[in-house]
Design a protein around this ligand. Structure first.
Ligand SMILES: [Zn+2]
Length: 194
């Protein structure tokens, strides 16, 4: 049993799963994310076997993704700090939006267990990931002047339903055109007027 599991995990295969001919966007995004994460682990020096992957690797992965982010997050010294619509460009860094990371973690958490990992060892379900995401959320909300009012307990209580409804694409390659839509969706999702 454990050998089989190891094999599945190592190859990221899902041979004992039914693969529908046209997987949903969520499913295909999840598979892409899973492959990306697997690739990331392989590219580490030395490579990290999935069986030894822990929450620290996941946190490093999230920070690594920031270089591909397209969300302007103002630094505290910036004159536009806290302004949702800055009137001019600034040199603050681009990051992954909190909502993208949150949705990504949800997909990877599901993928980990679908690929033979156990809930007990699931690094994506680790409390430190929750803490990190909360910090990112609060920091970005302040820096961008976009409060996240709703206190959703996504990490703890939600199942796949919530995650699939927030179908947010992490785009690992440069693709500026999509970001606007994405941002829009995130802020509408999290800022709905009360
Ligand atoms: Zn700035």
């Amino acid at each position: 049993m454990s050998r089989e599991r190891g094999k599945d995990v190592a190859e990221g295969s899902s041979e004992n799963q039914q693969q529908p001919a046209t997987p949903s966007r969520y499913e295909s995004q999840k598979r892409r994310d899973w492959n990306t994460f697997g690739q990331y682990l392989k590219n580490q020096r030395p490579p990290v076997p999935l069986s030894q992957c822990n929450s620290n690797h996941v946190l490093e992965f999230l920070r690594y993704l920031d270089q591909f982010g397209k969300t302007k997050v103002h630094l505290q010294g910036c004159m536009f700090y806290g302004q949702p619509e800055p009137p001019a460009p600034c040199t603050c860094p681009l990051r992954q939006a909190w909502g993208s990371l949150d949705a990504l973690i949800g997909r990877l958490r599901a993928a980990y267990e679908e690929n033979g990992g156990t809930p007990e060892t699931n690094p994506f379900a680790n409390a430190s990931i929750r803490v990190y995401l909360r910090e990112v959320r609060d920091y970005q909300a302040k820096a961008r002047g976009i409060p996240h009012k709703k206190k959703k307990k996504q990490q703890i209580s939600s199942k796949r339903n919530d995650e699939s409804s927030s179908a947010i694409h992490i785009v690992f390659k440069k693709d500026a055109s999509r970001k606007g839509l994405l941002e829009d969706r995130i802020s509408r999702d999290t800022d709905s007027p009360s």
